[in-house]
Design a binder for this molecule. Structure first.
Ligand SMILES: NC(=O)C1=CN([C@@H]2O[C@H](COP(=O)(O)OP(=O)(O)OC[C@H]3O[C@@H](n4cnc5c(N)ncnc54)[C@H](OP(=O)(O)O)[C@@H]3O)[C@@H](O)[C@H]2O)C=CC1
Ligand SMILES: O=C1O[C@H](COP(=O)(O)O)[C@@H](O)[C@H](O)[C@H]1O
Length: 595
């Protein structure tokens, strides 16, 4: 099957044929297509000399070729491409007089991982940067700096990082060599997070690497939230770029309620403009979450069904089969509602439920998402069930309770499980329950979106289905992880002379359909931040709206000291979740024989 549009890997575009100037008639369609799908464009921009100037050529995966017009100084290639595209009119002869390569050669990107000695940096950020390097997605002149208080030499940082780098299963070619090359571009600077002097030293080192080129700087704050502002202040005052862009990726948690989140935003904005702040929610970078809009907006069969008219309920389910394990100190201050629901699941909900955006531009999409969030009613206590895992012995092994974690205060009431019913009070979704369920130390690790459709009115085959009409409900399942898949449960005739129906799956199983390994969410998001693409990052008004929904509930839970329902480590979680769903006439789709 042919692949439509856009490159999936930067690497696939590294060698492009020469192209001469192209006429508008052949180009306009292609340019429009690039314009509408520019977010998906991961095409390598090839720079070719033509009559003394330089000509920018982009080849789409389906072989289409497009050229772009003069870029603007000091922009990343993708932005330059966007700039070029918007200035093309349908009647124009596309003559290109651009010089991307000069800009490319003159600009550099320095990525500083603040908190480089930490868990997230080792587990996710350095491996994602390497994967981008391996895929030729990083700019020609880039440098990675680790920054933390721990004392380390460059060699020690490289040694630490090298232990976490992996090669793609489908691309082992030259991987060792690439790792060596990547590690040579990694450096370390030890400093305090609240020391302008230490950041000024970093600035000096960055300048040496930038060697007089336009300097673009990305700071990834991979540190505990209580030191975000110190680090932002020092980075901004002492180490921001003098002639290029400076961007800061901020990790969650973005506060713990409306007030603290607003205070964080206010403090960040003392040092940064909103468009420099990239609030990361790594679930938005997951492949199947990214695909949600494609599925809905580019297939005729789904969009007409996407409303209260046909959808009975939507379920957003997150479960982990391990406990807080070492992160109990952090977790106890937040709990599962803040850790997973208020951000990851709510973001998926907003993307799922939004109206068709004007375009795929970041602001158009975020405008629609924020409308969904603002149309929702804040959660009430009766809409929620909370739980906490207790110790459980199985097969001679004893699994600890949440409160057995030494970093968790004894008697903590922090929920490690929650189920909630949310409603969107707009014309499309009025009355449709959006049920969320999130938990740690459950029986399985999974994240999925389940869409249960209404029963077929006057179904001719009701007799063959039996009394339990729920068993015949069409259900669309988007399995975000693991083993990514999209499947649709349909009723089907069991082959044979009789008339017996069963429920079968139309199944798009990614491992069977696509040979390419799925990139980690952090790869996509880091690349977006480098390219200045904000679509998958949280805007401050989205964040405010998200906190408004959860803050009253969180306060009430804490003030009233609501006792969670205890569930055994490794179980399916509290039964209360089933009663909650039943109140809205819903059965959780992940429970039962066939899932
Ligand atoms: N780990 C994960 O899976 C996830 C993490 N996050 C978020 O990412 C950020 C980083 O997480 P993670 O790597 O786990 O964090 P860590 O606790 O590992 O902290 C990162 C680094 O920050 C420094 N640090 C830790 N505590 C303090 C402190 N009290 N004061 C000053 N410096 C401190 C340490 O470096 P040094 O001592 O060398 O200065 C440490 O190596 C956090 O905001 C977290 O909430 C988000 C999603 C998942
Ligand atoms: O943000 C978080 O996400 C992880 C789960 O991420 P995943 O990509 O592994 O599904 C979760 O374990 C952690 O508690 C939370 O802070």
């Amino acid at each position: 099957m042919a692949t439509l549009y856009s490159a999936q890997s930067c690497r696939a575009y590294s060698s492009l044929p020469s192209s001469s100037s192209l006429s508008s008639s052949s180009m306009v369609g292609q340019l429009q297509r690039i314009a509408v799908s520019k977010r998906f464009l991961r095409a390598k921009i090839s720079l070719q000399s033509q009559t003394g100037s330089h000509h920018n050529v982009v080849r789409m995966q389906d072989g289409a070729v497009a050229t772009t017009v003069t870029p603007v100084e000091n922009k990343t290639p993708l932005n330059k491409l966007k700039e070029g595209l918007t200035s093309v009119s349908s009647s124009e002869e596309l003559k290109v007089a651009a010089s991307f390569d000069d800009n490319e050669n003159e600009s550099s990107v320095s990525i500083t991982v603040v908190g480089a000695s930490g868990d997230l940096a080792k587990k996710k950020i350095f491996p994602a940067l390497f994967a981008l390097y391996y895929e030729d997605c990083l700019p020609k002149h880039f440098t990675v700096y680790g920054y933390a208080r721990s004392k380390m030499t460059d060699a020690e940082l490289r040694n630490m990082v090298s232990k976490t780098l992996t090669c793609r299963i489908d691309k082992r070619e030259n991987c060792g060599e690439k790792m060596e090359e990547f590690l040579k571009r990694c450096f370390y600077h030890s400093g305090q997070y609240d020391s302008e002097k230490n950041f000024a030293e970093l600035d000096k080192k960055l300048k040496e690497h930038e060697a007089g080129r336009v300097s673009n700087r990305l700071f990834y704050l991979s540190i505990p939230p209580n030191i975000f502002i110190d680090a932002v202040k020092c980075a901004s005052l002492s180490a921001s770029s003098g002639n290029g862009w400076t961007r800061v990726i901020v990790e969650k948690p973005f506060g713990r309620d409306s007030e603290s989140s607003a205070a964080l935003t206010k403090s960040l904005k003392q040092y940064l403009e909103e468009d420099q702040i990239f609030r990361i929610d790594h679930y938005l970078g997951k492949e199947l979450v990214e695909n949600l809009s494609v599925l809905r907006f580019s297939n005729l069969i789904f969009e007409p069904l996407w409303s209260r008219q046909y959808i009975r309920n939507v379920q957003l389910i997150f479960s982990e089969d391990f406990g807080t394990e070492g992160r109990g100190g952090y977790f106890d201050n937040y709990g599962i509602i803040r850790d997973i629901m208020q951000n990851h699941l709510l973001q998926i909900l907003a993307l799922f439920a939004m109206e068709t955006p004007v375009s795929l531009d970041a602001e158009d999409i975020r405008n629609e998402k924020v409308k969904v969030l603002r149309s929702m009613r804040p959660l009430q206590l009766e809409d929620v069930v909370i739980g906490q895992y207790k110790s459980h012995t199985k097969g001679g092994i004893t699994y600890p309770a949440y409160t057995d974690d030494k970093t968790v205060p004894k008697g903590s009431l922090t929920p490690t499980f929650a189920a909630a019913a949310l409603f969107i009070n707009n014309a499309r979704w009025d009355g449709v329950p959006f049920l969320m369920k999130a938990g740690k130390a459950l029986h399985t690790k999974r994240a999925e979106i389940r869409v249960q459709f209404r029963h077929v009115p006057g179904n001719l085959y009701n007799r063959n289905i039996g009394t339990d009409l729920d068993r015949a409900t069409n259900e669309l399942v988007i399995r975000v992880q693991p083993d990514e898949a999209i499947y649709l449960k349909i009723n089907n005739k069991v082959p044979g002379l009789g008339m017996r129906l069963d429920r079968s799956n139309l199944n798009l199983h990614y491992a069977a359909r696509y040979s390419k390994e799925i990139p980690d969410a952090y790869e996509r998001l880091l690349l977006d931040a480098i390219e200045g693409e904000r679509r998958l990052f949280i805007r401050s008004d989205e964040l405010d709206a998200a906190w408004s929904l959860f803050t009253p509930l969180l306060k009430e839970l804490e003030e009233k000291k609501i006792i969670p329902e205890y569930y055994p480590h490794g179980s399916r979680g509290p039964v209360g979740a089933h009663y909650l769903a039943a109140r809205y006439n819903v059965r959780w789709g992940d429970v039962g024989l066939e899932q």
